[in-house]
Design a protein around this ligand. Structure first.
Ligand code: FES
Ligand SMILES: [Fe+2]
Length: 411
């Protein structure tokens, strides 16, 4: 639930103020954007495959040969710890006749052996064995295809474009934030995928507004102030802000997303907002559910909202972080991949309980799944037509402008 970074917006007069596709500004998008397979093909090219996507944390693959695979639409990517200690990413496509070479979702290996004719690749992606091939056969020209991969504060991001946008500004600006929470030294304590029968934009839009939080999320609304109207919001920040310094939480606001994205750079944003006073963290009773992250010294009763790229979003409490990745799985299906991060040295059963750690965002995401699917059902009707957005949905309006401009580049 992204925060109100700018709370005053001007949607303009919908009748006279149109977007580049001719639809009214400040209103939801026409139906075909959520249904049309041709639009989806354009989106793949223009947006989905050139977006840095969170796929996991480097602590999942600590040693050479440790790997996991990641599926994005038709593409399957092997993410592996290479011999030089860095993280590599390769398309799971044999250079012989194209078979998938790695069938396991995770594990450890010295070689990836293709199950079809047994060509073998090392963990650096080099072809090292191929039976009964002619003498002039050049193995060195048939390494696995590389996929762009970057580590940001220990978190692994991939990008499926051959000419990806740069993460350099994001890495520079987020370094101080990741140091504060010591994101290099967290681990994935839990991971869950929620399949959603709705177009990926319906799923993403839902996360970009908290207009729905009060009616749809009774559990979340008890602790998170984003459900309040903008006028009350500033007042609720003050107690948290007075505690931040003593808790070691730096007051940083970054906004390089949508209309503020720099040309050639991936978008990102970060900001903090207060929880209701009796909540130290996002848990059922407001009490911590894991040890303090990184260099933090206490609870300021707040949480930080972060996103890198269009689809990877984070909410960082003082004791844990939750990652939500909104992944397109087809023209009218998507998924929310959720990860719960705690400090690496925390022990399950002693320092954290999985049920307590995951409770809030599990119930919240199940409710989101229900309302998103209902939203898509209505959009599928012949009677659906764009409707006016509220002030609390201002980010959706920004997304539409950004999205339509990107889509146009695919033409
Ligand atoms: S397709 Fe992989 S060895 Fe033939
Ligand atoms: Fe929600």
């Amino acid at each position: 639930m992204s925060q109100f970074r700018e709370r005053v917006i001007d949607f303009g007069d919908a009748g006279n103020n149109t977007r580049i596709n001719g639809s009214p500004k400040g209103w939801s998008l026409p139906r075909h954007y959520y249904k049309d397979p041709e639009i989806f093909e354009k989106e793949k090219k223009a947006i989905i495959f050139n977006n840095w996507l969170f796929v996991g944390h480097s602590t999942q693959i600590p040693n050479t040969g440790d790997f996991f695979t990641y599926q994005l639409l038709d593409e399957n990517i092997i993410i592996v710890r290479k011999t030089d200690g860095t993280v590599g990413a390769f398309y799971n496509v044999c250079r012989h006749r194209g078979s998938a070479i790695c069938k396991r979702e995770s594990g450890k290996t010295k070689r990836f052996i293709c199950p079809y004719h047994a060509w073998g690749y090392d963990v650096d992606g080099n072809l090292v064995s191929a039976r009964a091939m002619p003498e002039d056969f050049k193995k060195e020209e048939l390494s696995l295809h590389k996929c762009a991969v970057e580590l940001v504060g220990g978190m692994i991001f991939i990008n499926l474009s051959d000419n990806p946008t740069s993460l350099s500004n994001a890495k520079r600006d987020l370094a101080e934030i990741f140091e504060m929470y010591d994101f290099e030294n967290v681990k994935v304590a839990a991971h869950k995928t929620y399949p959603i029968d709705a177009n990926w934009k319906v799923t993403l839009e839902n996360y970009q507004e908290c207009y729905h939080c009060a009616p749809s999320h009774p559990e979340y609304a008890l602790s998170h102030t984003l459900k309040v109207v903008p006028e009350e919001f500033d007042e609720l920040q003050k107690p948290m802000e007075s505690r931040m310094e003593a808790c070691g939480v730096k007051n940083i606001v970054l906004d390089q997303q949508y209309d503020k994205q720099e040309e050639g750079q991936e978008q990102y944003a970060y900001g903090r907002y207060a929880l209701f006073e009796q909540y130290k963290t996002g848990s059922k009773d407001g009490e911590p559910v894991a040890p303090l992250l990184g260099n933090l010294k206490g609870y300021d009763h707040g949480g930080s909202d972060l996103n890198i790229g269009l689809l990877s979003h984070f909410f960082i409490y003082n004791d844990h972080a939750v990652v939500y990745v909104f992944v397109p799985t087809g023209p009218d299906t998507s998924a929310c991949q959720q990860y719960w991060l705690v400090r690496k040295d925390a022990e399950e059963g002693k320092d954290y309980d999985l049920e307590k750690l995951t409770w809030l965002w599990n119930v919240t995401t199940l409710a989101d799944e229900r309302i998103i699917v209902d939203n898509q059902k209505g959009i599928n009707s012949k009677k659906y037509e764009p409707g006016p957005l509220s002030d609390m949905e201002y980010l959706i309006d920004k997304i539409y402008d950004w999205y339509l401009a990107e889509l146009e580049k695919a033409d």
